[in-house]
Design a protein. Structure first.
Length: 542
């Protein structure tokens, strides 16, 4: 980049000049009616709100908690905060009230913009929000207090001057869900966002005429910057696995959706519905599925409804760095699927663009002095570490996690993904599971994804989860099985699974099989299995 100054809001303004009358956001309603806003209107309204928020004290660096449902208003608010150089603080409400409150308190925010119910929560737990001085309500808010956002729109003939921010200035704080540990506030800089947008556009070859159906709200916020129209689906974003497939399909067909993001859980639900009703989705150019490993059988189920040239992309990454690698459905179904089913992990493809990926020796300790001795050979399982412009450099107000997850090497900050994988001769990464989920027995180490793949081959298994009982080094490996609905004889199934496991060198030492009523999963994608919870349950059973 030529200049050290950049503000992510400038991309939206540029799009409003190039495509003023293109719809930026569409909110479907009943009977094919919809609300929408164009890029020109979005730019104009965010300018007007910027003047209003500036008048009540919002400025560059104002950390602002945003609690607004996916809506046109949300897009305006986020665009406005970027223009001001303020810092939106995004927390997933689905993580649970107590964890959410801990995150919000940790953010030490100065301002709050939220729905009436969010403002009431803020008042009830006011000690958690003691630093907040500026409060804005999105909707009527008698009990919660604050200024109604409608009173703040200050339209002027002159465009709002976008704050002059440096590339490395903080642009947003986005909290992880904490599915594998405490939720952490990830600091995104303007450079991180720019690199992420460029990577998504270039790798997925997104054109200016595209229409997106982002079933995950955080991804929706990227659409205006990418130049895509965002069609906000009629679903509860915290429960994608329970979404109404008909409403999702209707949105795709009614608005000619070309791009869709769906978690593996939602993709599986949609695939079953499409298969049953023999639906073809001809408008789609690509589907992106992430948030957890995407099983080949889910990809296969959905692929039959797509045009031959339409591919399902399964990028790998995390809130701290996304995307790192990516692979397409044709390669998975024609090549890597058979290898995955034998227990060699899930292939997540090659590094994208300028992302640097290395594998280091597995350790739970911080990396204080990185050297080449920590690197491992290809085809050996190690921990994934990454570096690049889209990789975030630190967590907010969390030096302990910074020390564990980040380290300096060759003049750059590297992030430890906390995931395990091996690298094949073609430079492709094969994901083997989370580092914290590995099961260390007296005879060696077992990795979740390879072991689970063996048992997932059984026709009556929906999915499985490897957990360990007792302390690392002396753990007993246990496979928990989520069965398909039509299975009645569990004793017979258990015998068949033990026989299946004994035939693979990867799972031959697993002698314990349990059948929980359900698998606890993450709120954000309904796909990541909370193996820690299953481990506690398994300990009680055994």
């Amino acid at each position: 980049m030529n200049s050290n100054y950049f503000n992510i809001a400038s991309i939206l303004r540029d799009t409003s000049y190039k495509k003023p009358y293109k719809k930026a956001v569409i909110i479907p309603k009943k009977n094919s009616v919809c609300n929408f806003i164009t890029f020109k209107e979005l730019n104009k309204k965010s300018d007007a709100l910027a003047y209003g928020l500036q008048k009540i004290g919002f400025k560059k660096g104002t950390k602002t908690i945003v609690f607004v449902k996916p809506s046109i208003e949300l897009f305006i608010i986020i665009s406005t905060l970027f223009k001001l150089g303020a810092i939106p603080v995004i927390v997933d409400p689905g993580m649970g009230l107590n964890r959410m409150l801990i995150c919000l308190e940790k953010s030490a925010s100065d301002a709050f913009i939220g729905l009436p119910i969010a403002n009431i929560v803020r008042r009830v737990y006011k000690k958690r929000f003691k630093q907040i001085k500026k409060i804005v309500s999105v909707g009527n808010n008698i009990l919660g207090g604050g200024i109604n956002i409608k009173k703040l729109y200050n339209y002027k003939e002159k465009e709002f001057d976008i704050a002059k921010t440096k590339q490395e200035d903080m642009a947003a704080i986005i909290f992880t869900t904490g599915s594998t540990g405490p939720a952490k506030g990830v600091i995104y800089t303007h450079l991180n966002f720019k690199a992420q947008i460029d990577t998504l556009k270039n790798h997925f070859k997104i054109d200016e005429d595209e229409i997106d159906l982002p079933t995950f709200p955080l991804f929706a916020l990227f659409d205006p910057a990418i130049g895509m129209t965002a069609v906000i689906p009629d679903m509860d974003p915290t429960k994608p696995a329970k979404a109404n497939p008909k409403k999702i399909i209707n949105a795709i067909e009614n608005y000619g959706v070309t791009n869709m993001f769906a978690s593996p859980a939602l993709l599986n639900r949609l695939g079953s519905y499409i298969q049953k009703n023999k639906i073809e989705l001809n408008s789609l150019r690509r589907i992106v599925s992430a948030g957890a490993p995407v099983l080949p059988k889910i990809i296969e189920k959905f692929s039959n409804s797509l045009k031959k040239e339409t591919l399902i992309h399964t990028p790998y990454g995390a809130t701290e760095s996304l995307p790192v690698t990516s692979i397409t459905s044709d390669i998975i179904l024609n090549s890597t699927k058979k290898i995955s089913e034998k227990g060699y992990g899930i292939c997540v493809g090659k590094p994208i663009n300028d992302i640097k990926v290395k594998l280091i020796k597995i350790s739970d300790d911080a990396v204080t002095d990185f050297n080449d001795d920590l690197l491992i050979d290809k085809e050996e399982v190690g921990e994934i570490v990454v570096s690049g412009d889209l990789v975030t450099k630190r967590y907010f107000n969390d030096e302990k996690e910074n020390e564990i997850a980040k380290f300096n090497y060759d003049g750059k900050i590297w992030h430890r993904m906390g995931d395990l994988a091996w690298l094949d001769k073609n430079g492709r990464l094969w994901f083997c599971g989370r580092k914290n989920h590995r099961v260390v027995t007296k005879d060696g180490t077992l990795y979740t994804i390879p072991c689970e793949a063996i048992f997932n081959n059984h026709k009556d298994v929906f999915r499985s989860a490897l957990v360990g009982v007792e302390k690392k080094g002396k753990q007993t490996p246990v496979i928990c099985i989520e069965i398909k609905n039509n299975v009645l004889n569990r004793t017979k199934l258990k015998e068949e699974l033990l026989k299946l496991g004994s035939q693979s060198p990867i799972t031959k030492d697993i002698k314990e099989i349990l059948f929980p009523k359900y698998f606890p999963v993450d709120i954000r994608h309904n796909s990541k299995i909370f193996r820690e919870k299953l481990s506690k349950w398994a300990t009680q059973q055994i």
